[in-house]
Design a binder for this molecule. Sequence first.
Ligand code: ARG
Ligand code: GLU
Length: 716
Amino acid sequence: MKKIIFFILISVFALRSMADEGMWIPLYLNKYTIEDMQKKGFKLTAEDIYSINRASLKDAVMIFGGGCTAELISDQGLIITNHHCGFSAIQSHSTLEHDYLTDGFIANNKSKELTNQRLTVTFLVRMEDVTEKVLASVNQNMNEKQRAEAVGMVAGMIEKEASENGKYKCVVKPFYYGNQYFLFVQEVFKDVRLVAAPPSAIGKFGGDTDNWMWPRHTGDFSMFRIYTNKNNEPAEYAADNVPYKPKKFFPIYTKGVQKGDFTMVFGYPGRTQEYLVSDAVKQILEQDNPHLINLRQKRIETMTSYMNQSSLVRIQYADKHAGVSNAWKKWIGESRGLDRMNAVDRKIQLEKEFTAWVNADDTRKNRYSNLLNDFAQVYANMAVYNLPMDYLFEAGLAIELVRFAGNFRELASANSETSEKDLEALRQKTLQSAKRFYKDYHMPIDREIALQMLTIWHKEIKKEMRPAFFGTIESKYKGDIAKYSADLFSKSIFADSLKTYAFIQNYTLKAAKKINTDPAYIMYSEIADMYNNRLWPVYNQSNVKLDSLYRIYMNALMEMNPDKRFYPDANSTLRVAYGKVDDYYPADGVKYLHYTTLDGIIAKDNPDIYDYRVPAKLKELYKTKNYGRWAVNGTIPVCFTASNHTTGGNSGSPVINADGYLIGVNFDRNWEGTMSDIMYDPDQCRNITLDIRYVLFMLDKYFEAQHLLDEMQLVE
Ligand code: ARG
Ligand code: GLU
């Protein structure tokens, strides 16, 4: 009886303190989370979301490729994800004759669907709390290395056993910094075919200009289909594979959303760091972000100026520009958000409370009184190595030629024991990578970026923390970085595609010297050397130390707040986030509505701005108001914002209403809220969802793909 009262008390306290922050473990929703979800409008049960006894929503959600989420939307294996998640698949099928990036793609029947070499989707079959088993293998006397080895060994055994001789892909992952461990048993499908993609001018509308921003008008979706063997099991591609018959798929709700409606996002968030100590947040804010932002800004400016002058260069650098600018813009938003929230002060405040709590009890004093000092010391040690590490990647490997030269390390290390067959395979492999490289390489951009990177690097990083070629610049070039940088491009063989092709094709062991003395390859090797032999070993010692400090700290925080529901940091495992459709006030005197429409797309239309060119056919549909059954107040809904806590990896995640129906596809966050990876602000943090009605409208009116609408279950 006492126990019951105790539990009720806990859940009342737990529910009281909650904003929409949190990414919850589907297996443990029953604890308190589901009650809170239901209180906020959710009509399903925890079993409906995750069950191993019957079909549940988790059977309709998957990891798409490497880092996105997708969901099933028909009983014939049809799935939807973002355009930016399907981008490389779409691009790989695009040629000048069939330019699906520009024109979009739609398979008019299943035989027209396009196969994708390396694309897989991964479902969660079940998860299991294996904390006890894993922790039974460790004890207090072990150091971090021994602990990691012990954990690794048990985890390996658990994974092996659960894999049922390779039928499943299994992985054990730490949660709460290794205070808890879960096993994930997964099934991987390998025959995934492209079904539909809008033109980039719709799927990427707004491009990097609008990326991370609201109001947003991007039709960020693409569709694929999972194929299996005759027994509905995963199989390698085969022409006679058949569409997957899923246990569960999402019905699609066609009536849309209102402000305040319950929403849930079910997907694979990649990485958050919500429990960092103040020293760490300070380091991100004062060290990493300003440098990373500055370096990337230079690259982006250079790329943009060349892209504006040539449409070929624009195509060549579109993807690189998008990649470089995505993180750049996110860091800017993150820093602003952390500043605005006084994140460091808040962390310091929490640490004060923590210290007071520790000091109030002798056992706690024994266990925790050094903790915050230890953190401070480790972060102080790391501060010395942090930026030098950042520069290796963000300045050194920002030089495309240097990165490319690194592809020759395998050829360079072939020796008399390498068989002619293996050598030939290496030649072919290197040749392929060279072809990919030169197709999208514009040397003037790289040359300009190289000089910028080297100059900033030289200015910002102490001599002994820079790779050896800076010594060469001092000694052989009398400090003339420009001369050194110019020589890099005039003397490296890799700057010349034809010479490089010939070099690879005629490669013999004797030619290794030519690689080893090439200036670009030397730079690559010296960067690698600095990393492997100088920076990483010390840096990693701090990392290992941090692992153990955070494990203790996390545990102590939970002990200090027994009533609080803690969610584990994102770690690319399936999570539930929930919140509501909501608008926000991004700045004093400014309010943003929670939705956008086709009218806004037309308002942005500008043939002179690449990111804002609206396809003629969409403009035609707008002009004739040819909206069919999808019109809402005389227009078409496009995107909406809600307060679900999401991060990278949640792209493509299903956004679900109170009845468990699909209302949209998650694809971004707002700029004001990107600090949510470190600190969530309920007033500012919004996820951005593509309204499913825009997808339905596109399929119906733009593609006239009635056959796809027919196979979905539309809920009116
Ligand atoms: N910001 C979104 C995400 O983090 C979309 C990125 C793709 N779009 C782009 N314009 N780069 O993945
Ligand atoms: N666009 C991100 C992704 O690809 C999701 C946006 C976010 O970071 O929240 O996963």
